[in-house]
Write a protein that binds this ligand. Structure first.
Ligand code: TYD
Ligand code: MG
Length: 462
């Protein structure tokens, strides 16, 4: 009998080679190749199958059914998904162990079960008993929820054909296994094969499927980057064991925006939605402390208030340190350069630490002004006047540049009781300002100083 042909697949990126490499030429991972059986090609001389596929259709004849989305009723989840679950969507929910993926998917499933939809909750990792205990804790016991503890793909597919569910959760995709492949569960080959099979089921029968995927500490979806282009939506569930709140982000969405963020809090009875995340992120702020400023970011369609902290300390020896947590280190260096060249704030012998509170990431340049004021406040040891928010991007000439969605940001600030806002002067025109807020338009960074530090000598400099 002829020996089965083998090939080698990089477990990190899915690269395929005829021989194993010590280091993957495609992604640089070390010792990442695993032997696999080659997929048999059609035998030579076999009659080519005639396509039974579909004919091309003018795009205008394609029915515009507008995807009847299924809403879970969990507002944060629905919003992140772009308005609910699209039929036939294959979704991937990634997160570190303990993030709460099983909890979140169980709560989604329970919400749908309550709408009389048939749910298949498939677990390859936990026993039915463990899952029932979780479901009890989450008040998720419902006759429409069906459990299957199985990792064998043919059995799983058969169960789906038999039950005809409206929604399937696969917890986790790394536990699924196709006996046809000799590779171990969790390997690229197994994960990809299982995901492909779920994709076919999803597309063919319009069944939405959520695949839970474990993310390694390095932040990659364990092994298969291949999964990301196979699925319609990639969600990531972030947070850590030491903090109660969790963020649900969209990294990819064929059916909606990728900017939305959902905020949850882990409680004794599951995840509860945080309707007012700004209040949560500002909860631990100590007003009157120097080195702290409040900025307003827009995540997706929602404005979020967050605290930016800075600490300036003399450099013990050698070159000064710049540490950035929750923001781009390059941005911090750039703001420091602007402060040095344009405001004469000399930090050459100072370590600067900057931190965005609450595990959030400040990617938006609109946070620049808050960051700059937090640094100046830290350097001077003088706090900012408390109920003040600072909004604006800082250019290399220390000019304050316009930002988008200014009215939404100001309303959020007013809602949380802030009474003063520094905003780009360019944003003032035609602006409807909430009555409780006094707004100052800033053209150059130096003009912010008299407002931010009213008792300081530079109050009369501008
Ligand atoms: P889990 O959903 O099992 O995480 P994952 O599937 O991502 O690994 O749960 C994560 C943690 O949440 C776990 O340590 C227990 C805790 N938890 C609660 O605090 N309250 C709850 O109601 C539940 C179900 C879990
Ligand atoms: Mg789990």
């Amino acid at each position: 009998m002829a020996k089965a042909k083998v090939r080698y697949t990089c477990q990190a990126c899915g690269d395929i080679r005829p021989v194993a490499y010590g280091r993957c030429p495609a992604c640089g991972a070390w010792n990442s190749y695993v032997e696999e059986r080659e997929v048999p090609a059609a035998p030579a001389g076999a009659v080519r199958r005639e396509g039974q596929g579909s004919a091309p259709v003018p795009i205008t004849r394609v029915p515009a059914e507008g995807h009847a989305r299924m809403t879970t009723g969990l507002a944060e989840v629905d919003r992140v998904l772009g308005g609910g679950i699209v039929p036939g969507a294959l979704m991937l929910l990634g997160g570190e162990p303990g993030a709460g993926k099983s909890t979140l998917t169980m709560q989604m499933a329970a919400a749908l079960a309550r709408q009389q939809r048939t749910i298949l909750y498939l677990s390859g990792e936990e026993s039915a008993h463990q899952i029932r205990l979780r479901a009890e804790r989450l008040s998720a016991l419902d006759d429409h929820m069906h459990l299957l503890c199985e990792s064998d793909m043919p059995s799983v597919l058969e169960a789906i054909r038999g039950l005809k569910p409206d929604f399937v959760v696969v917890d986790s995709i790394q536990a699924m296994q196709d006996p046809e492949l000799s590779s171990v569960p969790g390997s690229v080959a197994q994960v990809r094969e299982a995901a492909l099979q779920f994709q076919q089921v999803a597309k063919r029968s319009g069944l939405p499927v959520v695949l839970v995927g474990h993310v390694t500490k390095e932040g990659t979806l364990a092994g298969p980057r291949v999964l990301e282009h196979l699925v319609d939506t990639v969600l990531s569930f972030e947070g850590d064991r030491y903090r109660a709140h969790r963020l649900l982000r969209t990294l990819k969405n064929r059916f909606g925006s990728t900017l939305e963020v959902g905020v949850f809090e882990m409680t004794g009875s599951g995840l509860s939605e945080v309707a007012d995340p700004s209040a949560l992120f500002l909860a631990e702020r100590s007003p009157g402390a120097s080195g702290s400023a409040v900025g307003v970011l827009v995540e997706g369609s929602r404005p979020l208030l967050l605290e930016v902290q800075a600490l300036v300390a003399p450099t013990p020896s050698g070159s000064p340190r710049r540490a950035a947590n929750g923001l781009d280190p390059g941005r911090l260096v750039q703001i420091l350069a602007v402060l040095d060249r344009r405001l004469g704030l000399d930090m050459a012998r100072a370590d600067v630490h900057a931190n965005v509170v609450g595990g959030l990431h400040m990617d938006e340049p609109a946070g620049d002004l808050a960051l700059a004021l937090a640094i100046i406040s830290a350097a001077r040891g003088v706090p900012l006047p408390d109920p003040m928010v600072a909004i604006g991007e800082i250019g290399l000439g220390a000019e304050i540049r316009r930002v988008g969605q200014i009215e939404a940001r100001l309303h959020e600030a007013a809602k949380l009781g802030f009474s003063q806002a520094l905003i780009p002067r360019g944003n003032l025109e035609g602006l409807a300002i909430p009555a409780s807020l006094s707004v100052h338009g800033i053209g150059q960074l130096v003009e912010a100083l008299p407002h931010a530090f009213p008792a300081s000598p530079d109050a009369d400099r501008s």
